[in-house]
Design a protein around this ligand. Structure first.
Ligand SMILES: Nc1ncnc2c1ncn2[C@@H]1O[C@H](COP(=O)(O)OP(=O)(O)OP(=O)(O)O)[C@@H](O)[C@H]1O
Ligand SMILES: [Mg+2]
Length: 417
């Protein structure tokens, strides 16, 4: 069993729940979940803190549950971030090599990275990740590790993910209110991808959708790298809301009906009847009720998936995903959604649950925990990376080169400290 110090914690602050996961990576590279806690979330909507005190209370609850179940004390954690304020930019930078023999050295890469690091964004924004997409030596692109190559010019393309500094600060403050130190802040789409996508999918090209309660997080991978991310501030709760309005029933009943009977496949609509709705009065026969439920849910989900598709199309990435679409998050469990997504995207679609993870079955085989598990997986990559003094060694661990600049978020963390 790994030492206590080997365990790390991650907190996913979702629209419907806050969860804290504690885990360690075993020798065979499998993540082991040692404990977890889930509390109902209040004070957070669509990735944004709307009530700091309530959010802090939910966070504390989930941390305490995770501590109890693992008997490990949590004083610091990796935190997920999402919301429609998140955006990204792609940047190329280049330097001329000055050394006499023109061989790329670590010092050249460091110099280039520090230039690429100076990203021009407004003071209202804060960088969350700076991920290396590729290097170039002279005119040759697609280089993953340039050290040792001979060149006149060395270039790097980076993908910088950023968000609203004020909104990130709110998340930071609600975590600090729970007396938890923040190790780092990680984009939720990146985390969910880490949990459910296979290395082959990431290499060939794949679209990840994490459809939660309040948001749909999107990440697209090509050549092992995330090349696009987007957060649509719409999730499964809107479906519940529409069922409630459309059938004139309370939200709590609408949520139950959605999970048990809603099906976006027309062939399976005959399940709901007045008995299921219980003592809530509804003046419709069984068939009308079912057609109504089908049409509410089907049109909502269609609309959501089409919005995502249009966004991806507008960036020109729709034809660069031979492995198709992987859907995770709570709403991936909606009956018929895989088939509907398949017909909308016209590509293979599968449901994504966390892979290469062991632990209590309720915690590991559930798409609502993809983000939390992915946060741990991603965090372990960062921790490995931090231990490495040699840039080139990163690749040997099979994780690919990705340089991170911790300065940006740590500025926020320091100013709040
Ligand atoms: N079996 C099911 N069928 C349909 N919907 C489901 C099912 N189980 C859960 N959901 C829906 O999944 C949503 C919650 O998913 P999840 O836990 O991934 O969201 P979250 O992380 O809290 O929110 P977000 O990531 O959007 O901020 C809710 O809308 C819930 O109704
Ligand atoms: Mg979520």
């Amino acid at each position: 069993m790994p030492a206590k110090d080997d365990y790390i914690a991650a907190i996913d602050i979702g629209t419907t729940k806050v969860c804290t996961f504690i885990g360690a990576v075993k020798k065979n590279n499998i993540l082991e979940i040692r404990g977890y806690g889930v509390s109902e979330c209040s004070g957070i909507k669509k990735g944004m803190v709307v009530d700091i005190n309530k959010a802090t209370k939910s966070i504390l609850n989930s941390v305490e549950m995770a501590e109890k179940s693992s008997k490990i004390f949590v004083d610091s954690a990796y935190i997920g971030i999402t919301g429609k304020h998140i955006s990204f930019i792609n940047n190329w930078n280049e330097i001329n090599l000055s050394s006499a023999n023109k061989i790329v050295k670590k010092a050249d890469v460091d110099k280039l990275i520090s230039i690429a690091n100076k990203i021009n964004i407004s003071s209202q924004h804060s960088i969350i990740h700076t991920l290396i997409r590729q290097f170039s030596v002279d005119d040759e692109k697609g280089i993953m590790d340039p050290i040792g190559l001979s060149a006149d010019k060395l270039g790097v393309e980076i993908l910088a993910v950023y968000g609203s500094a004020a909104l990130i600060r709110n998340v930071v403050n609600s975590i600090k209110g729970a007396n938890i130190q923040i190790e780092d802040i990680i984009l939720e789409a990146l985390a969910s991808s880490e949990a459910v996508l296979t290395p082959e999918e990431k290499e060939s090209g794949v679209i990840l959708l994490d459809i939660g309660g309040g948001t749909t997080d999107v990440a697209i991978y090509q050549n092992k790298k995330m090349v696009f991310t987007y957060c649509l501030p719409v999730g499964g709760d809107l479906i519940t809301n529409d069922i409630s309005i459309g059938l004139n029933i309370p939200l709590i009943k609408a949520e139950e009906i959605k999970k048990k009977f809603a099906n976006v496949d027309y062939n399976f609509y005959e399940t709901l009847n007045r008995m299921n709705i219980g003592d809530v009065k509804i003046d419709r026969n069984k068939t009308t009720l079912n057609i109504r439920l089908y049409s509410i849910v089907n049109s909502r989900v269609k609309e959501l998936l089409n919005l995502v598709k249009e966004k991806i199309e507008s960036y020109g990435y729709i034809y660069s995903a031979p492995c198709g679409v992987v859907i995770t998050g709570g709403t991936s469990q909606l009956k018929g959604i895989i088939g509907l997504a398949n017909s909308i995207f016209n590509m293979p679609v599968r449901m994504g649950v966390p892979i290469e993870v062991e632990g209590p079955s309720k915690a590991v085989a559930n798409p609502i925990f993809s983000t939390a598990i992915g946060l741990l997986k991603y965090a372990f990559q960062i921790e490995n990376f931090m231990d490495l003094s040699q840039f080139g060694e990163k690749k040997q661990r099979g994780t690919g080169i990705f340089y991170r600049f911790r300065d940006f978020i740590s500025k926020i963390l320091k100013s709040e400290g």
